[in-house]
Design a protein around this ligand. Structure first.
Ligand code: ADP
Ligand code: MG
Length: 688
């Protein structure tokens, strides 16, 4: 239960006076739905206004405050033309106040002729004439609402003005309760950080108040670290079961190749974990194509050798089916019973699978999260493997381990290379194994960056590529984060390619397609019946088609580097030399340019991930936002890197020295956890 003292902050914004459905919409677009969201919506800019008596005292381009008297209105010829108010300062100098978009009514109301008004805005020149376009504040002189000389500027969206948001921030600030300090005293002093309440006041007053912003970012990071540590403690306290295979199945696996050194090494780490009673909580990181599946299979076989069951969880139907097919082929001839269960399996087939799981005749189950639904019971589940973990959140990971009588060992596999700092930030409750070596015989993918104006040439190249009998992917851009427009882009591209290349050579898959339809297209692509697969990012994870040796990514600059790296990993899986074409927009920022250049220079996912973090310095972190994992709304990447080690140490002190949630700091830290909604850890610890 959330502490009552925080309730006013978690009220919906629409409960506030004057916030109706009209305003709720733009607010929601910014992710602002509750008072607390506004409280943590910090300004990113600051306008400094220069109060002047005469326009002559100001420079063009300056933000000014000046008293003006309107003398005349000027309507344009067409109703769409801008509306002007001719006004004069105290010395009689002229300036025109310009209003676009049929706002003459508003302008006339703000500037009754002959009456002085205090006005703020940016002074510009238009030809010989001075003008201010859309003054940002207009008030009666000597009114209470004097225009501030400095004003914080917030990230905004259409339909929401800075003034309106500022009012909401004021309400949110008023609702702040007094809370006991949760940061360790000496740390707070040494950093010279303000209290939580003061930090909010100061952070909202200025984006440049580093101490205030750091303090708030730290709070968020600290909350995450404490949560992860509590989860970890809770999980480690539980008693699982030691699983040791005798090697008879693993030795019977017939592979056309030997293990890489890295596969051997992580295999030993996993076997050692599974051999202990404390449930394994391990993340296996390895680039696309590094051979994680085989590592997982060997771990699952060890579980089967020990007379227990294993489950492999995939994030999508396509991947589940692909894993099932791969594993089935590798297990051919072995006395191992493997089955698949997804949301699509119904009726008799599903019943018999459920029965096999319950009576233990199924050894390995592959599926989507349907395999953890209530109806599914296992006779003796000892190992859960989760593939492409970045689609699952902490809560889901916890749910998985609740399925067995005794907590099973958990192995989470990801092809997203995670920089060490972020590892701690998001998966601090897990141990990590890295496969840092590729199987021999791979030729690195040749990556080229091409401007989108050369689309015609690219399509020509694609055509020649298809003529050699090879296949290709064409990934369409993420447009404005809307699934619909992303789909429209993919459909449009598929239509164009069909026209150029012939309808039956082009397939299309996207996230809104029904499962069987999607699988059908994928199957035809895998069988080589389709030459080029146009896709939204649904192909991002794990699909394996060795004959596809060309990857084209449109608007590559809109993807995160980690995501690009994943996409590129779809090719380079066969013997043929592979090419990845990154189509870039025409006008690229310096950072975007550097990021794409990096893709060209290296194929090493870990290098890319570290560098990406460095290049971003802020903003969204490596696509972690979409992951359903703890995301950071306040802390920038730069703050995360800088403050995380500190928060990590403090969280450890809290848990180990200060007695955790039951100790003296417990109540205060609890507030912090709830404020940042990292509270899932609290009940876990108590029931643990
Ligand atoms: P990941 O899941 O890590 O992206 P996979 O497990 O799908 O990679 O492996 C990619 C390909 O490499 C598969 O075709 C697999 O059979 C092959 N492979 C795995 N391990 C080795 C190895 N040690 N030597 C050669 N090929 C391997
Ligand atoms: Mg894989």
């Amino acid at each position: 239960m959330r502490p009552e003292i925080l309730n006013p902050l978690f009220a919906a914004l629409t409960d506030l006076k004057g916030v109706g459905a009209q305003l709720a919409k733009p607010l929601a677009r910014l992710g602002l739905e509750r008072v607390v969201d506004v409280l943590f919506h910090l300004p990113t800019g600051l306008v400094q206004r220069h109060p002047v008596d005469r326009l002559d005292d100001a420079q063009p381009g300056q933000q000014i405050i000046v008293t003006l008297t309107a003398q005349d209105y000027r309507s344009g010829r067409s109703p769409r033309a801008p509306f002007g108010v001719d006004a004069f300062d105290a010395s009689g100098d002229h300036v025109r106040l310009v209003y676009f978009g049929r706002t003459s009514g508003l302008a006339k109301k703000l500037f009754p002729l002959g009456e002085p008004r205090q006005v703020s805005g940016r002074l510009d020149t238009y030809g010989e004439m001075r003008q201010i376009v859309h003054p940002d504040h207009v008030s009666e002189p000597d009114s209470d609402a004097a225009i501030a000389t400095s004003e914080a500027v917030y990230p905004l969206t259409e339909g929401l003005t800075n003034a309106r948001l500022t009012q909401l921030v004021e309400i949110a600030l008023e609702r702040r309760p007094e809370l006991a300090e949760w940061i360790d005293g000496p740390l707070l002093t040494s950093r010279n950080w303000p209290t939580w309440r003061e930090a909010l006041t100061r952070a909202h007053a200025s984006p440049h108040d580093a101490a205030a912003h750091d303090r708030l970012a730290y709070d968020e990071i600290f909350a995450s670290q404490v949560a992860l540590m509590l989860i970890r403690e809770g999980l480690r306290k539980r008693k699982g079961r030691a699983v040791a295979g005798d090697g008879r199945l693993i030795d019977a696996l017939r592979l056309p190749f030997g293990l890489t050194g890295a596969q051997e090494l992580v295999g030993r780490e996993i076997a050692a974990d599974m051999g202990r009673e404390t449930p394994m909580l391990r993340m296996l990181q390895g680039d696309v194509g590094s051979g994680k599946t085989l590592v997982a299979l060997r771990a699952m076989l060890a579980a089967v050798e020990a007379g227990t069951q294993a489950a492999l969880l995939a994030p999508t139907e396509i991947l589940a089916r692909q894993h099932f097919a791969t594993l089935q082929a590798m297990l051919a001839g072995l006395p191992v019973n493997i089955a698949i269960l997804t949301g699509r399996d119904k009726g008799r087939v599903r019943e018999s699978t459920l029965m096999g799981l319950a009576d233990g005749s199924i050894d390995i189950l592959v599926g989507t999260h349907a395999i953890f639904q209530d109806a599914v019971t296992y006779r003796d589940l000892a190992l859960v493997v989760v593939d492409e973990q970045h689609r699952f959140g902490v809560a889901q990971r916890l749910m998985l381990t609740q399925k067995a009588a005794r907590p099973p060992h958990l192995l989470v596999m990801t092809a997203t290379p995670i920089p060490r700092t972020l590892q701690l930030a998001n998966h601090g409750e897990m141990d990590v194994s890295r496969i840092d070596e590729m199987p021999p015989g791979r030729t690195p993918v040749d990556t080229r960056v091409v401007s989108v104006d050369r689309l015609d040439e690219v399509v020509g190249g694609l055509e020649r590529h298809l003529e050699t009998g090879a296949q290709a992917y064409w990934v369409c851009p993420l447009v404005a984060e809307s699934e619909m427009s992303e789909l429209a882009a993919a459909e449009g591209r598929a239509a164009l390619l069909r026209e150029r290349l012939g309808a039956d050579r082009v397939g299309l898959v996207h996230g809104r397609m029904k499962g069987p339809d999607k699988d059908d297209v994928m199957a035809r692509f895998q069988a080589g019946e389709i030459g080029v697969l146009v896709a939204t990012t649904v192909i991002e994870v794990g699909v394996d088609v060795p004959a596809a040796s060309l990857m084209i990514v449109e608007h590559a600059d809109r993807f995160g580097l980690a995501q690009l790296h994943q996409l590129r990993g779809r090719v380079g899986r066969g013997a043929a030399k592979s090419v990845c074409l990154l189509l870039r927009s025409q006008n690229l920022s310096e950072t975007a340019r550097e990021r794409l250049a990096l893709m060209r220079e290296t194929n090493d996912g870990f290098v890319i991930a570290e560098k990406d973090l460095e290049l971003r310095g802020g903003g969204e972190l490596l696509g972690l936002k979409q992951s359903g994992d703890a995301d950071y709304g306040l802390a920038s990447a730069e703050q995360l890197v800088r403050l995380l080690p500190v928060a990590h140490d403090d969280a450890r002190l809290f848990v180990e020295r200060d007695g955790g949630m039951d100790g003296a700091r417990g109540e205060a830290v609890r507030h912090c956890l709830y404020l940042f909604e990292r509270d899932a850890a609290v009940p876990l610890l108590r029931s643990g």
